[in-house]
Design a protein around this ligand. Sequence first.
Ligand SMILES: [Zn+2]
Length: 95
Amino acid sequence: MANQDDFEALTRHALFDIDCAEAVASLLAYFDGDLDDDCGARIKQHLEACEPCGAAARFEREFPIVIADRCQDRVPDALRSRIIDALAEERQRDS
Ligand SMILES: [Zn+2]
């Protein structure tokens, strides 16, 4: 289970003074422009350097409905799979 250990080490590791939990918790404020310049810049650096957080950021920015997904029963399974498919296509185009 080396990969799981790596993932846990990564999620605990602070990149640019911000750990992953803080980066993800700050995503909405970041996109809303609610962070000051210094904090916003560190979030941006973290998102660019940290693959899991960067993916979460792209997901939240490009698919705002995912925010509503926190009330899971409001998002039909078919819509969820369409979003996931669209994200997979987007990532293939990026690479
Ligand atoms: Zn991270």
